[in-house]
Design a protein around this ligand. Sequence first.
Ligand code: G3P
Ligand code: CA
Length: 282
Amino acid sequence: MNISAGNFLKVLMAALLLISAAGLMDGKKASANAADHTLNVAHRGASGYTPENTMAAFDRAFEMKADFIEIDVHMSADGEVVAIHDLMVDRTTDGSGRVNDFTLEELRQLDAGSWFGPEFAGAQIPTLDEILDAYRGKIGILIEIKDPSAHPGIEAAVAEALAERNMDKPNNGKIIVQSFDHGSVAHFNSLLPNVPTGVLVGNLTDGISDEALAQFATYADYFNPNHRMVDENLVERVHAHGLKIAPYTINDQTRVNELIDNGVDGIISDFPDLISHTGKPQ
Ligand code: G3P
Ligand code: CA
C-alpha cells in the first residue's frame, strides 16, 4: 500500500494522540506530575531561612522559585487542618501541649516565629485553607498528613479542602498528598483518586522489596524515602514500578548533585537554592 507523506503524518499524529490518551487513562501513574526536570521541593517551606511551616517560609520558597512547598498537617481540637510539624506545639511555638488539644483560635494566638528569629515574631500557625488560597496556581503543594491516628477524619478534611477549590481534578500536577502512614495514603487515594499521592519511608537499612513497591503503586504515585537509602539502582526499580521518587531531606550540594545524577524526580530540601532550575547538577 502506497501512503503519501501527508497521510503518513496524519497517521503518526493519530497514533501519538491514542498513545497519549491511553496514558491519561492509566490510573495513578497518569495523575502524577509530569515534570521535565528534577522538582525542587522546599521542605516545610524554605525552612533553612525562615521558621518552618509558616507563611514566611512558604513566601520565601515561592520567591526562590521552588516548584513545591512541603507542608506538614495536623488537626486542631475543633477539626481545622493546620500546618505544623510536631504533634506538640512546644518546639516551634511559645505554647505547650498537643496540637489537637488546642482550638484553632487558641493555636492562632501562639507565636510560631520567634523561636527561629526575632524578626519573625508573631508568625501564626497557618491553616490548610489559608495555604491553598494563597498558593494555588503559584507553586505546587506537597501535603504531608502527620500522625493520622491522632486525627480521625483528617484525610476527609484534606480532601474536602481540595475538592471545594476544584483542586481534585486529574493531572493537576500541583498537589501531592503523602504520609508515613500508608493506610492513610490509601484512604486518601480512595477519597480523591485523581490527586497524586506519595508513601514516605525512613532509611530502611534492608531496602525495599519489589513486592512492597508493587503494592505502593496500587494507590500511590511517589515513593519518597530518606535520601540515605537512595542510589541509582533504587531509582531504576522505583521507576520500573511506575512510581516517581522524591527523597528527603537533602541539605548538602554534593548529595543533591548525586541524587540528580541518579535520576530522582524531586529533591526535598530546606534550602531551595541547592537545586538548579534546570534540574541538572550545579
Ligand atoms: O517530605 C518528607 C519529609 O518532610 C519527611 O520528614 O519529619 O521532615 O516531616 P519530616
Ligand atoms: Ca514533612
